[in-house]
Design a protein around this ligand. Sequence first.
Ligand code: ADP
Ligand code: MG
Length: 427
Amino acid sequence: MFNPENGFTSDVIKSPDRFVGRTNLVMSCLRVLNSEHSLIVIYGKRGVGKSSLLRQIQQIATGDFTLPKKMSLQYLISEKQRKYLTVYYQCDSLIDGCDELLLRLVNDQDGEDGLLRLVPDDGKELVEFSRAKSVNAGADLKIVKWGTQGVETSRYARTVPGDVVQTFRNFLNSIITHQLNKYGKDGILILIDEFDVIKNKHGIGSLIKSLTSDKIKFAICGIADDVSSLVEDHHSVERLLEEGSMPVLQMPHSECLQILNRAEELFDNEIKFVGEAKEKISQLSSGYPYLVQLFGKACIHELNKYGKSEVDEFVLNAVLNAIKKGEAFPSLETKYQRAIGNSEQRQLLLHLLSEEEDNREQQDLEMGLVYLKNVRKEAVGLEIENMDQIIPRLVDKKYGPVLSKIRKGVYEFVDPVFRIYVNLREL
Ligand SMILES: Nc1ncnc2c1ncn2[C@@H]1O[C@H](COP(=O)(O)OP(=O)(O)O)[C@@H](O)[C@H]1O
Ligand SMILES: [Mg+2]
């Protein structure tokens, strides 16, 4: 029996071992980390690999160059490559704005990622640890014991009641004063993931600008098609962004194949994907590494079922059949069931909409958009009567949401991976 998780994962990738491709972005990242006064903004579609890239940046920032070395990018690592203490925070939709975000940051007690762990405090014990399993030069700090009085930072950093911006500044300054030298670091890198879910982003850009210095750098990451839709007041950060804007696009075919190659290695070459199976999986995944990983896992499950060690046409077909019946990818199937409810009409329309996209020609121009006018005729043909009543359901959060409205008559699949899944699923 093979454990699918040995080679595949649907989690964010923290280990450089499992991370493939994205060489250009890693190159930019090495440069940006080494430049003063710059901001990193990672954006792209859902499931495309943003958070995994962000975690790799965090790793590199600590001074662990396993990944760039593996990519033969040693020549880009300068002798004085800056190293950072890092803070990582994942936003959620309860954060309504700038103040709430800072409040979360200054209160985050996460032992490996939280800001509070770095603020000096009597009795607090920090140890160095490597974010990758491999032991490397670059280490970050992990808390093993909080201060004697619990979280008590007042001696080094003053908490200013009612002024979270100043408190945040004080915390950062105390880290700069007391920790950077001690641990041989040049600055603090604050990584903020799922930035897109913050309701009101007003003012965050200018705050980031005012805080960014040769010692403090931010990296923000979220779903967006461009920087300006991620950072509302992007004008204030434009100059900081000259190098740090990092669009994460769908993976090229060759990199999807690499995920499968890497998985074979991670299984110690005890399993094998035949060439055609790799090609097919990569092609069906449309550049979404998430899908490659799900396909990979599902293939291993089938291998176990048949006691085989080679993913060939037979195994892949078994997987495709399971997907058709909704049995292979449980998380996507749950979404599917929620979207269609018990309505056959909604199910029909969902399939129609997801196919419509594939038939479009101007794909590059307006990726992922669905034009109702193109669907309407077919819908009538299939006897979907009340299309205009079903669409609002698909936009409703309660059922997904599956679609978001772009403008009148034009919608977008909120999750492109889900759209692909619907196409693979049988009616
Ligand atoms: N560079 C990569 N190499 C291999 N797998 C990746 C890579 N980037 C992402 N993945 C896989 O894709 C999935 C989605 O990645 P994630 O970083 O969570 O995307 P996003 O944050 O854009 O939604 C995860 O299952 C992850 O394992
Ligand atoms: Mg993410």
